[in-house]
Design a protein around this ligand. Structure first.
Ligand SMILES: Nc1ncnc2c1ncn2[C@@H]1O[C@H](COP(=O)(O)OP(=O)(O)O)[C@@H](O)[C@H]1O
Ligand SMILES: [Mg+2]
Length: 309
């Protein structure tokens, strides 16, 4: 199946010559949730703005549902919903009117049923006649999503949907994203929260300094790049690593009663069997053995550091 979003070698230089995107290519399949993870200034908003036609590309090609955003902009744009990073709403407008207005923007016929369904899905129905200034920050975010969904887009961009929101609302956002995915909507979200990518994305793209450093299935990424740690818990604390184990590059846990061994899951030999033999030879007695997978955070930090070096 052709990708629903196809970005090829996208470059964007701002006036003044700063190159915010340095040749980004990305294909997204219908129905997936992809998280673009990157530090501030990485180029996430620029990427989204270019796809949505808010700013123009310097070079490269973008197709949405097969429609080129240059030669077939209206058809491409009609497929896209955008939830911007900044909350900007008309304070005296009511919830329902602002969503109705958005529905009309891309040539969609007025469909009150569709609007009511969206408002219900976002728990805004009871507030539909309230003015926007009467809503909490969290509800305003929901209104932004309702506006983005009003013309029933197939591809939804969420630019840092949970930046600065409280934990509860963040969880609500994640549920909303899962619901939309179930409806077949393709979702591209940007975030600098690693746990967010870890929690909801099917695929993760890591972006830094205008470059997409990698795009990978989330679980594969974590398995492939992850280091694992083996923690050998001891029945009695040690004050130092025993002589017989110094060749292993072990660290002693904070209270001295655990030996921590870091190994590469892809290595042909992890060294675990030998280590455990030598632990026994050193006369140590084990209470338990625990393994831990390194998190997406470790992977992210390593990659972004390598890129900056
Ligand atoms: N309108 C603009 N003019 C010049 N530089 C810009 C403009 N918008 C963004 N930039 C620069 O482009 C880079 C990427 O910005 P942005 O896409 O907003 O990053 P992110 O969303 O990942 O934080 C930053 O260095 C930013 O300062
Ligand atoms: Mg941004």
């Amino acid at each position: 199946m052709a990708p629903i979003l196809d970005i090829k070698n996208l470059r964007k230089s701002y006036a003044g010559g700063f190159e915010a995107l340095k040749g980004v290519s990305l294909q997204i399949e219908q129905g997936e949730i992809i998280a673009l993870l990157g530090p501030n200034g990485a180029g996430k908003t620029t990427l989204i703005s270019t796809v949505c036609g808010i700013t123009s590309a310097t070079s490269g090609q973008i197709k949405v549902g097969g429609h080129d955003i240059n030669t077939d902009f209206r058809a491409a744009r009609r497929m896209i919903g955008l939830v911007p990073q900044e909350v900007a709403l008309e304070p005296f407008e009511t919830v329902i009117n602002t969503v109705k207005f958005s529905q009309g923007l891309f040539g969609k016929k007025r469909d009150i049923g569709a609007i009511e369904k969206i408002l219900k899905q976002l728990s805004l129905f009871d507030k539909r006649n309230n003015q926007l200034k009467e809503l909490s920050g969290g509800m305003k975010r929901r209104v932004l999503i309702a506006k983005a969904l009003a013309h029933e887009p197939r591809v939804l961009f969420l630019d840092e949907p949970t930046a600065g929101v409280d934990v509860e609302l963040r969880k609500d956002m994640w549920d909303i994203v899962a619901d939309l995915k179930a409806d077949g909507v393709t979702i591209i979200l940007t975030t600098h929260y690693i746990e967010e990518a870890e929690a909801i994305a099917d695929r993760v793209g890591i972006i830094a300094n205008g470059e997409l450093l990698l795009v990978e299935d989330k679980t594969k990424l974590m398995a492939q790049m992850g280091k694992k740690q083996l923690e050998v818990q001891l029945t009695a604390p040690l004050s130092a690593i025993p002589d017989g184990l110094v060749s292993y590059d072990l660290t002693l846990g904070p209270s001295g009663d655990a030996l921590i061994y870091t190994y590469d899951t892809n290595a042909e030999r992890t060294g675990i069997t030998q280590l455990l033999n030598d632990v026994a030879k050193a006369g140590l007695s084990l209470r338990d053995v625990v393994t831990r997978q390194s998190s997406l955070e470790d992977i992210f930090v390593t990659l972004v550091k390598e890129d900056a070096a």
